[in-house]
Design a protein around this ligand. Structure first.
Ligand code: ZN
Length: 155
């Protein structure tokens, strides 16, 4: 048995104000687990994306998350759970005025290939992106695979 106090797990840089990775902290072997707090405008993910080999479940503990999906936008509010199958594209964003608290579960841990899409201002369309360490080492950037433009910066 393992027990962890979530607030004691260090937060990671990214598109969410708080992301505490709990997988290793708990020694989980088959499941990937992350705790999130989203400030208004924040997102769970770096962009619209799919994992080729991993299903994802989001439990919204407080406030409301708006998920962009292939079926349009879907809102999930406090007390609701949402499941995406492997290969489903999605991105959850906090469009409200209050902080979102949520848990994200993925299985299996090895998510397979990540296909990450973001709007590229240079290409003028949504393109496939990669996530890279910023040149000044202070954060992360998303980069268009087609033209090399930086499409986002996360500190
Ligand atoms: Zn581009």
């Amino acid at each position: 048995m393992e027990k962890v106090r979530i607030e004691n797990v260090e937060s990671r840089t990214g598109p969410a104000d708080v992301k505490r990775p709990l997988t290793r902290a708990l020694g989980a072997t088959d499941l990937s687990l992350n705790y999130y707090e989203l400030a208004p405008g924040d997102s769970f993910a770096f962009g619209y994306h799919a994992h080729s080999n991993q299903e994802e479940v989001f439990y919204v503990q407080s406030s409301t998350v708006t998920f962009e999906t292939d079926d349009g936008e879907v809102e999930a509010t406090s007390g609701e759970v949402v499941r995406f199958a492997p290969g489903d594209y999605q991105r959850g964003v906090n469009r409200g005025d209050e902080r979102v608290v949520a848990l994200a579960l993925g299985a299996p841990q090895d998510s397979g290939d990540l296909d990450l899409r973001r709007d590229c201002p240079d290409c003028g369309e949504r393109t496939t992106n990669t996530i890279e360490r910023a040149g000044d080492e202070t954060g992360l950037v998303t980069v268009c695979e087609d033209c090399g433009a930086e499409t986002g910066r996360f500190d």
